[in-house]
Write a protein that binds this ligand. Structure first.
Ligand code: SF4
Length: 387
């Protein structure tokens, strides 16, 4: 039976030819996982994602060379484009002329020009957005939240994430800039649901971009995302979505198809029940990859780790596999076992401690040894009896 969903009355944000919020259909987006400077591959992937039905395609830009490549990509595709800024927020002045939306992460505004107030950096970003007629996304990630908020909130990382998002929304409002959306993401679906609920209660006017980061490999990655989106979309929260999956190049359109299927199912009243112990047992987190991936062997490694670790399915162990040094070190800290990829080798961690740096052809075996050690320790309780 179709569900009567009352969407939150958010304000309309124009992003090139599309509208996010203000009652517009929920926009579905995805992100290119190619090296931005490989213009042919990036154009091919942007078009593949757009042809799969994406309303918006995001590209990562970290350097001046990436900006030059972005300009070429822009000239060779008609897709609506968004860019992900990392630490170098000043690049916004160079990327904004080529795209329709720019995402910045409040947690990354502390790395460059430390003496400069964050408010002034946000003012610079907003000024460039106005000058080049683009929308913004305040993209807060629970794993890389502003250090001051982390210190203030301690174990309440969702509280830190929500306050950071509220603070930046207020900063933009104070600047008279209202053409923005907000996202509050984490790899744990419960935190995504809680964070978005809390933000929507405080700022029902701001359009929300929903996503579960590093959801991993299908089908588990789609299931985690579906659970979060079912809760939020059914409450009328969410104006645009992204499903983040670790997929080979040719299958990247699957993120868009999965997103559309979830929206269709929620609106048709087709929900999956969520057993109490759903997220107990082995949990593999892996990033969806993007242009920053340091070695293309990352996607195979993530799948190999999943296959190798299958024997531990009944143990409460989280393994995080990340593609690069930008988010890899921080996003693996909370996992029992973390792998983050470098150009020639992989950094293997147990919790926040580095175990070592291993070549790609050795790290799987070393990860298996570490997994055995973690299971043998008291921190990885067996959660259910196996058959
Ligand atoms: S961890 Fe690195 S490679 Fe993976 S999606 Fe995040 S930024 Fe991209």
């Amino acid at each position: 039976m179709a569900l009567k969903i009352r969407r939150k009355p958010t304000r309309a944000v124009r992003v090139g030819p599309i509208q996010i919020g203000g009652g517009a259909p929920i926009a579905v987006q995805s992100m290119a996982a190619t090296r931005t400077q490989d213009v042919d591959a990036t154009v091919r992937q942007v078009n593949l994602i757009a042809e799969a039905g994406a309303d918006l395609v995001r590209i990562a830009v970290d350097s001046k060379k990436d900006v030059d490549a972005l300009a070429e990509v822009r000239a060779r595709t008609t897709a609506t484009l968004s860019v992900d800024l990392q630490e170098n927020y000043r690049l916004v002045a160079l990327v904004a002329p080529h795209v329709d939306k720019v995402r910045y992460n409040p947690g990354h505004l502390h790395h460059h020009e430390r003496e400069k107030a964050v408010r002034d950096k946000v003012a610079f970003i907003a000024e460039q957005a106005v000058r080049h007629n683009v929308a913004l996304r305040v993209g807060v990630n629970c794993g890389s939240v502003d250090p001051e908020k982390t210190a203030k909130f301690g174990a309440d990382d969702v509280g830190a994430m929500v306050e950071s998002a509220l603070e930046h929304a207020q900063m933009l409002d104070d600047l008279g800039f209202t053409r923005y959306v907000v996202s509050l993401k984490d790899s744990a679906w419960r935190k995504v649901v809680e964070g978005n609920r809390r933000f929507a209660a405080a700022r029902p006017d701001v359009p929300l971009h929903l996503g579960v980061t590093e959801a991993g490999i299908p089908p588990e990655g789609v299931i985690k995302t579906r659970i979060a989106f079912e809760q939020l979309l059914a409450e009328g929260i969410g104006d645009t979505i992204r499903v983040s999956l670790t997929l080979p190049f040719e299958q990247k359109g699957e993120e868009v198809r999965a997103g559309r299927q979830i929206i269709e199912d929620v609106y048709a009243g087709r929900f999956r029940s969520v057993p109490e112990a759903f997220d107990r047992g082995l949990n593999i987190i892996s990033c969806p990859s993007c242009s920053r991936v340091e070695n293309e062997a990352f996607v195979d490694l993530a799948h190999d780790v999943k296959r190798m670790a299958a024997y531990a399915k009944d143990h409460d162990v989280t393994i995080a596999v990340m593609g690069c040094r930008v988010n890899g070190p921080g996003e693996t800290d909370a996992a029992d076992i973390g792998l983050w990829c470098g150009p020639t080798g992989v950094n293997l961690k147990r919790g926040p401690e580095l175990v070592g740096h291993f070549p790609y052809d050795v790290v799987l075996e070393r990860t298996k040894q570490l997994l055995d050690e973690v299971i043998a320790s008291s921190g990885a309780a067996r959660v259910r009896a196996g058959p």
